[in-house]
Ligand binder design. Sequence first.
Ligand code: SAH
Length: 325
Amino acid sequence: MITATSRRFFVLVHILASPKKAFSSPSSDPNCTSSGHNLAYVNIGNNPEGHKPLMMAWMCSGKTHKEMVDRLASAGIIKASINKEAMLSVDRRNYVIDTSRAYDDSPQPIGYGATISAPHMHAHALEELLPPLSRASRDEPTRPLRILDVGCGSGYLTAVFGRMVRPKVMYDERKSPLPSLSRSVPKLNDGKVFGIDVIPQLVQMSKTNMMKEDGDLIDSNTVEFAVGDGWKGYPGGSPYNAIHVGAAAATFPIELMKQLAVGGVMFVPVGPEHGEQYLYRVERVDDRGQVVGLVGSDESRGFHEEDYRIRRVLGVRYVPLVRTD
Ligand code: SAH
């Protein structure tokens, strides 16, 4: 039944979807180059040719973390100041294996067939997921935000989400000359970020990486990691204001969609392993079906596709969201 629903759903989405170029504005930075099409730099962990990109939308590499983030911002890929500040405060060097390439705008192998995504893909995910977080903070200023990062891999994006809800307050000026948080940067509610991955060693890697310079996120219980299957989501933390999926689902992950709060948004690549994959922005607009995680929610209400508004964002190539059953 789920398969039939999701097939119908997929067809509906393809009819409704309006493809758009995610990075269509020309770069003002000569170091960020555009390939002129909308297939983004991708996770290709199992590619026998290594990690050579098939195609690339942008190249915003830097010699330092700050330079890389500045280039992403001057290319218009990072737009919101809160995203820029959050990304600046999590040094990518702590989340890669080959630190000599830490600031390359490319995916990199992290073992177990997985890759840390290219910085421009992380930036793009942040831009898509900030609006529901801002809206929820404005509408209910005392309610903690809930964010789920499926396929946390290196832990980098989980850490950046953590910094969006718990900014780094103390910078060591001698070690990392980062600007202090500007007062004009709008603040999100406090919140909790859950990072899950199906590979236990990668969950451990996420924790180890985070402990290097972002350990306060774990100590303060802002970030929690767990081994888990993204197809099933992580009901314990739901309902979520934002869900990021870092691997391509063959069909829309319905159990995960049910874990979105009304107003919540999921950023998810969908498509077959070696076929056409697209990134989708899935927004939950109603609750005719079940909202998992709400006290007193009615399990019998099931899944209603009318609860979701879906937009196709861009073509991508990701490693598959593997099935465990
Ligand atoms: N966001 C990560 C991307 C890692 S690559 C980063 O930038 O570092 C994709 C990840 O998805 C891998 O770590 C892989 O183990 C994980 N993954 C694949 N199938 C999964 C599933 N069913 N549930 C949870 N994680 C999954």
